[in-house]
Write a protein that binds this ligand. Structure first.
Ligand code: N01
Length: 550
């Protein structure tokens, strides 16, 4: 189907990451005219931009990739249980080529504004290079971890050596051999980069403000037998991750911490310790994240593991978190991370003792003096959740900018739509996921695709989330942030890492079952309330029509 009068394309998608590529596939399959615009020169999103050494999945590779094509699942052989960035980027390239999607993608296109035009019922999208397009539907698949954050350190720009942010890593190889390297930040990115750089650099100095609960990823190659089993189990794997609350294959435990004796607990913890990646949360005692005493037990166990690895007791103590229990922030999964601190060329600077005062032309200055470097790695994170959407220049009904509507935090319906911004969708955005992201984001893309099909079939040209449903979902998300979420308010999930950012919860701790249940209610009600009248008047009250209390 070609686009209707007044629009260049039916659907314009922004972002060629895991979500945007899937939405593009769905749109093309459904016969819409569709274009995807991407800021980078290649596909992969996170796996295009985060090409720092050590960058890899911490979801099992085969649960992160797509399930829409059995052929793709069976033909693509991941080399490792947690594949590295180059392989992940190759995978997304393979997907767009296999399904002939590349010709629908316009690269090097940085969207600067997207303005809703009430008269034509279209979005007018403009990019930095002068590109413009009119689209009936706009899908911002811009990701939650896509706007790198640099702290405002005096003199940052004056450094004359090489400086890189993990989230904006160059394509050309960075040679660390024999170099004096500073790594600032000890989140998942810093934890991955440090052990890779340490063996080749002349020195690595880690600037740590807050330690994290790092546990082993337990990555390893996928054996030929495992490859055969993965292929044979396609349907089982697809159905398990499709139904799992977290989107992983890890089994949930139905036991609570103190049902076991201390000895049984120790044995249980040792078994959980051996699980890959997020198994340490999902398959742990079911009360581990929410019962403070249970959380303290597991955290103590992990602290013991850290002390057993790090030879210098003072360094070990600095590496053990004291301000939050396990999963109070998003825990990194590492390979050889704590071991790196046993190397004579790796040192730790505790920024609580000696804060950074400036970056100079030659290095980093703290209260303890200046240390000179050849390379500074900024592993300082992202403007999570709303960062990309608030920078996209989205202006909705009555000229209202999205960044103003969300000034106090995002207001969303299912983390997919926001009232006052018709025909605008952001699967994979804030309030959506809390687990294996591609699975949640895929649910949201499916929801968008089905909603568009319904609108097309029934002749609706304007789709808008009813205000009442947005209020309902946002309140549920915010309540669950207090009652169901393990995350500490200092976590970036509350926007706490960005100076001046409104403190608001940016994830969805209600879990996937709730998300799916709410989607089903909307579908069964024939999307009651989603289709405003021809004059822009709101549709019927969606919450009432869907039987949801306000
Ligand atoms: O970022 P982060 P990240 N002075 O925000 C420190 C995903 N991911 O890029 O904790 C000094 O976690 C900050 O300190 P503090 C994953 O979801 C996945 O590492 O704010 N330090 C912290 O140590 C992950 O959670 C993988 O006190 C400053 C660090 O910088 C998310 O991306 C791999 C500072 C930032 O840590 C983000 O991870 C990588 C300052 N002014 C990333 N400001 C996988 O394994 C900040 N910091 C799949």
């Amino acid at each position: 189907m070609s686009s209707d009068a007044g629009a260049d394309v039916d659907i314009l998608i922004v972002g060629a990451g895991v979500t945007g590529i899937y939405q593009l596939y769905l749109a093309r399959e459904a016969g819409y005219s569709v274009q995807l615009v991407e800021q980078g020169s290649g596909v992969g999103g996170t796996w295009y931009w985060n090409r720092y050494p050590g960058s890899r999945y911490d979801s099992e590779s085969y649960t992160y990739g797509y399930f829409f094509s059995e052929e793709l699942f069976k033909e693509w052989e991941w080399s490792e249980h947690f594949a590295g960035q180059p392989e992940n980027e190759r995978y997304f390239n393979r997907v767009v080529d296999k399904f002939d999607l590349r010709r629908l993608i316009r690269f090097n296109t940085t969207v600067t504004s997207a303005v809703w035009d009430e008269t034509s019922g279209t979005w007018r999208v403009t990019a930095q290079d002068g590109y413009t397009a009119r689209a009936r539907y706009l899908v911002a698949a811009t990701g939650v971890l896509s706007v790198p954050f640099y702290p405002n350190v005096p003199g940052r720009e004056s450094f004359r050596g090489e400086a890189y942010h993990t989230g904006l890593w160059p394509d050309a190889e960075v040679d660390f051999t024999g170099k004096r390297v500073a790594v600032i930040g000890t989140g998942s990115s810093g934890v991955q980069v440090i052990p890779i750089v340490a063996p080749v650099a002349s020195s690595v100095t880690v600037y740590q403000r807050t330690p994290n609960w790092v546990t082993p990823l337990h990555n390893r190659p996928i054996t030929p037998q495992e490859q055969a089993e993965l292929k044979a189990d396609f349907e089982k794997i697809r159905d398990t991750v499709g139904k799992s609350p977290s989107g992983f294959l890890h089994q949930h435990s139905d036991k609570s911490t103190f049902e076991d004796s201390p000895e049984e607990r120790q044995a249980f913890y040792e078994r959980v310790w051996q699980l890959g990646g997020f198994g340490k949360i999902i398959s742990n005692y079911r009360d581990m994240t929410l019962n403070p005493a249970a959380n303290a037990e597991w955290s103590r166990f992990v602290a013991g593991k850290i002390r057993a690895v790090v030879k210098d007791p003072a360094t070990a103590e600095k590496l053990i978190p004291k301000d939050h229990g396990y999963a109070g922030k998003r825990p990194p999964y590492g390979t050889g991370y704590f071991e790196a601190y046993n190397r004579p060329n790796v040192s730790l600077v505790d920024l609580n003792e000696t804060p950074i005062t400036a970056v100079t032309e030659t290095g980093i200055e703290t209260a303890a003096g200046l240390q000179e470097f050849d390379i500074i790695v900024w592993a300082t994170g992202f403007d999570f959740g709303t960062g990309a959407l608030r920078r996209l220049g989205v202006v909705g009904r009555d000229g209202l900018p999205l960044k103003d509507y969300w000034a106090d935090g995002p207001l969303t319906y299912l983390g997919i739509m926001t009232h006052g911004f018709p025909n605008f969708f952001f699967p994979g955005g804030p309030h959506g996921a809390a687990g294996n992201n591609p699975r949640y984001n895929g649910d949201q893309s499916d929801f968008v695709a089905e909603l568009l099909d319904f609108a097309r079939e029934h002749g609706h040209r304007v789709i808008e989330a009813p205000k009442a449903l947005e209020v309902e979902w946002t309140a549920m998300v915010n309540d669950a942030a207090i009652t169901m979420s393990p995350f500490n308010e200092q976590s970036y999930f509350f926007g706490a890492n960005i100076p001046g950012k409104a403190k608001a919860f940016l994830l969805n701790s209600l879990g996937r079952p709730k998300l799916l249940q709410m989607m089903e209610i909307a579908v069964k009600s024939d999307y009651a309330g989603f289709f405003p009248g021809p004059d822009g008047a709101p549709g019927p009250d969606g919450a009432e029509a869907q039987g949801i209390s306000k």
